[in-house]
Design a protein around this ligand. Structure first.
Ligand SMILES: *Cc1c(COP(=O)(O)O)cnc(C)c1O
Length: 424
């Protein structure tokens, strides 16, 4: 569900005409819908509040890595949303967006000592520890600051899931989390430390998961662990269930709605008496954003292949090149006609710079605008300046209002970041 719809024959982001917007801001440009972000948070909040008995006062912490634009974080933060972060930079962004440290979770497999110290100093809600060596380092850092941060141990339940091997994180061979047995030992070590306070367990088994079964299995492992730890006299008050819920990219109808997902979790945690946390990224942001791009030209080869060359490229939207991801491509002003196969490509000098092959599209010509749908998560955040292409602009639409929330850099701005060695 999103708020990108045709009005008077032109695709709009809420009340904002995307043709007008493209004329003013240029392309390629990411456009986000505030109403869609609010709706997604609202659905999660409503579902959690309907299961307070099982989930406690659940925290919904948006996974900042999915879309870290400060205005996007602010839209969510204003609703009471927290943040799941994986670097000092993301913590800084969340704080800058007004999300209080008490709602910020710090996750990640490779937090440096400096980042751990920063998180402790800011007083984040919880640091999710991913290995025994990280726990040792965290205890040392906390001791040097005479602090005692709340921590959770991230468990690797050996249940991987997700839409692609590169986004599966809970499998036995994946780098994330601590195997169950070791996690139990680690929890005991942490409980004896004067410089960390273990409050619970965390897991995150993958992304773009469309089947609740593996998630349910993983959460049952956390429940079992919680009960065992308590039998051993330790306190477990929070379970962080990660993110990972899939969204429809093809107009699929098999993606479980947030209400079904939360009901499943409530069923697993019923009677356990813990406070749940959720870390949705894709679920909140994917369908809340599009990438707006203009057709450079149509290259119809004599062998019959039709290459639709756009001014957006893999440096702007990496998901198709990286994960063979599918994005629906819609004309901003549909003109009708028969849909025929096109290869949709960008101008970057790599064959990987292909968004879609043999995609059925109605005829388009130079100057026409298209929208990559569901590009609000893992889109702009992964963009770069390969081929010296300026970063795409980002715009927030909110009703009839819109604002540029990250301007496209000028070439002078780009080059100013590269001081020339003074002996050259
Ligand atoms: C990436 C990530 C998330 C968000 O995953 P989505 O699939 O976008 O919901 C949540 N928690 C952690 C620890 C992550 O690394």
């Amino acid at each position: 569900m999103h708020y990108f719809d045709l009005k008077d024959g032109v695709l709009h982001a809420e009340g904002v005409n995307l043709e007008t917007l493209a004329a003013e801001v240029g392309t390629p440009t990411y456009v986000y819908s505030a109403a869609t972000l609010r709706r997604h948070y609202g659905l999660m909040r409503e579902a959690c509040d309907a299961h307070k008995g099982a989930l406690g006062d659940a925290l919904i912490a948006f996974a900042v890595k999915a879309n870290s634009n400060i205005s996007v974080l602010k839209v969510l933060g204003q609703l009471g949303c927290g943040a799941d972060t994986v670097s000092e930079g993301e913590i800084r962004r969340a704080l800058k967006a007004g999300i209080p440290a008490s709602k910020i979770i710090f996750s990640g497999v490779g937090k440096t000592d400096a980042e751990l110290a920063f998180a402790i100093r800011e007083g984040v809600r919880q640091i999710n520890v991913e290995s025994s060596t990280e726990l040792e380092r965290l205890i040392a850092v906390a001791a040097s600051m005479d602090a005692k941060p709340d921590i959770a141990i991230r468990v690797n339940p050996k249940i991987g899931a997700g839409g692609h091997a590169k986004i599966t994180t809970g499998g036995a061979g994946d780098k994330f989390g601590v195997p169950v047995e070791e996690a139990m030992d680690l929890y005991a070590v942490a409980s004896r430390s004067a410089h960390v306070n273990p409050v619970g367990l965390a897991c995150h088994i993958g992304s773009q998961i469309t089947d609740l079964t593996p998630l349910e299995s993983a959460f049952k492992v956390l429940r079992q662990m919680t009960e065992t730890l308590r039998e051993q006299g330790m306190s477990v008050t929070r379970l962080d269930l990660g993110g990972g819920l899939g969204v429809p990219y093809y107009g699929e109808t098999n993606t479980p709605p947030p209400s079904a997902y939360i009901a499943m979790v409530a069923g697993v945690l019923e009677g356990l008496g813990v406070e749940a946390a959720f870390e949705p990224g894709r679920l909140m942001a994917a369908n809340a954003g599009i990438l707006l791009s203009r057709v450079v030209h149509m290259n119809e080869r004599t062998d019959g292949r039709r290459f639709l060359v756009l001014d957006a490229a893999m440096n702007d939207l990496m998901r198709p090149a990286l994960y063979d991801a599918f994005h629906d491509i819609k004309p901003v002003r549909p003109k009708g006609g028969e849909a025929i196969p096109h290869d949709v490509v960008g101008p970057v000098c790599e064959t990987g710079d292909t968004f879609a092959r043999d995609r059925n599209l109605t005829p388009l010509q130079a100057g026409d605008l298209v929208a990559f749908m569901s590009a609000g998560a893992y889109g702009a955040v992964m963009s770069g300046e390969y081929n010296t292409r300026p970063l795409a602009a980002e715009v927030l639409a909110d009703g009839d209002k819109w604002a540029v929330i990250r301007p496209r850099p000028t070439y002078d701005e780009m080059f100013a970041r590269e001081p020339i060695a003074d002996w050259l």
